[in-house]
Design a protein around this ligand. Structure first.
Ligand code: SF4
Length: 329
């Protein structure tokens, strides 16, 4: 991996949930461990996909990486500095360098702002000199392949298609010339017919601009197209981390194996195939002991209920958290 831009060290996010009457009388506070001890590093210019079902903690992790919510435990370093310590000008600088690409382009833009105003807003908010605005906006619009820039500038969000809007949302992130973006399900709200165009733009952004990126998705096919490395999360924990082609061709964790089998074949109604594993995600308030995947795992054995498997190296740059690898060793 190239030099690390981001280091995540045992980051956790615990949310207290509202208490029932019984909890109040018993003096109990119940906690959901949405993210529970995640550790990884992201190199400069590296694109990493974070995959897993809804509720696996990937969106919470993405928000922690951008300092939109604070970790309950652990630390996140950006360019060698713990982001928890950032304030004032240093926080403003971080906000310029690290950007979120919203999932829903229809909600991401203020309907009363023209496209030009929407693009200028982050430049103003982060005190970029006014003399740089025009050139930065023009370059960002060209990067996302919106060619007739002057025509777009005067339009309002409701006048654009979903695909055009998502390109504007991307351009709005790029005007700040970030070094790091988090894209949370960046095409899930778009029609299938325009997704490929957006994904091509995202891939080019990574290759040409050298922006490090975390792509959060339930869709391994998307991640395979855009990311060189893939992390699988299950119930708040990383269960696999490796080069994307390795993870897709030779998944080492039974949960990733199920995700790979469920890579959607195109359905006209945009539905997805069911995961080929039994049951749904366990209640995060009361996760299984030991390996959290054990209730759904076809290979579970006695030890899986007793010990949480650590991430172990199973191949070059490829890690998995499963006792089967310990047995094989
Ligand atoms: Fe399955 Fe056990 Fe491996 Fe968990 S540790 S994935 S339950 S075999």
């Amino acid at each position: 991996m190239s030099e690390a831009l981001l280091r995540v060290d045992r980051a956790a996010k615990h949310f207290r949930v509202s208490r029932s009457i019984g909890d109040v009388f018993a003096g109990r506070h119940r906690v959901v461990k949405a993210v529970d001890g995640v550790t990884f590093a992201l190199g400069k210019g590296e694109s990493v996909g974070v995959v897993g079902e809804s509720g696996c903690g990937k969106t919470t992790l993405g928000r922690m990486l951008l300092k939109l919510i604070a970790p309950s435990e652990g630390a996140i370093e950006f360019d060698g500095v713990d982001i928890a310590t950032l304030s004032g000008d240093a926080l403003l600088d971080f906000r310029r360098r690290a950007q979120l690409v919203f999932q829903n382009p229809f909600d991401a833009l203020n309907p009363r702002f023209t496209i030009k105003s929407a693009l200028a807003e982050p430049l103003k908010n982060t005190h970029v000199p006014k003399g740089e605005h025009e050139a930065r906006m023009l370059e960002a619009m060209q990067r996302v392949r919106l060619q007739d820039v002057e025509a777009y500038y005067g339009q309002y969000p409701h006048q654009l298609s979903g695909g055009q809007l998502q390109r504007v949302v991307l351009a709005r992130a790029l005007v700040l010339e970030p070094e790091f973006i988090v894209a949370d399900e960046p095409v899930s709200m778009l029609d299938v017919s325009v997704r490929a165009g957006i994904l091509n733009v995202m891939r080019e952004i990574g290759e040409e601009m050298g922006i490090a990126a975390i792509y959060i998705s339930h869709d391994l096919a998307l991640v395979r197209y855009v990311c060189s490395r893939t992390i699988t999360m299950y119930l708040g924990m990383v269960v696999e981390d490796g080069p994307t082609e390795e993870v897709v061709r030779r998944p080492q964790h039974p949960y990733t194996q199920a995700l790979v089998k469920a890579v959607p074949t195109p359905h006209l109604d945009q539905s997805h195939d069911e995961l080929p594993i039994r049951g749904g995600m366990p209640n995060p308030l009361n996760p299984p002991s030991g390996c959290r995947f054990r209730d759904r795992c076809p290979y579970a054995f006695a030890r899986c209920a007793e010990e949480t498997p650590p991430l172990r190296q199973v191949a070059p740059k490829h890690f998995a958290a499963c006792h089967l690898h310990d047995q094989a060793a």
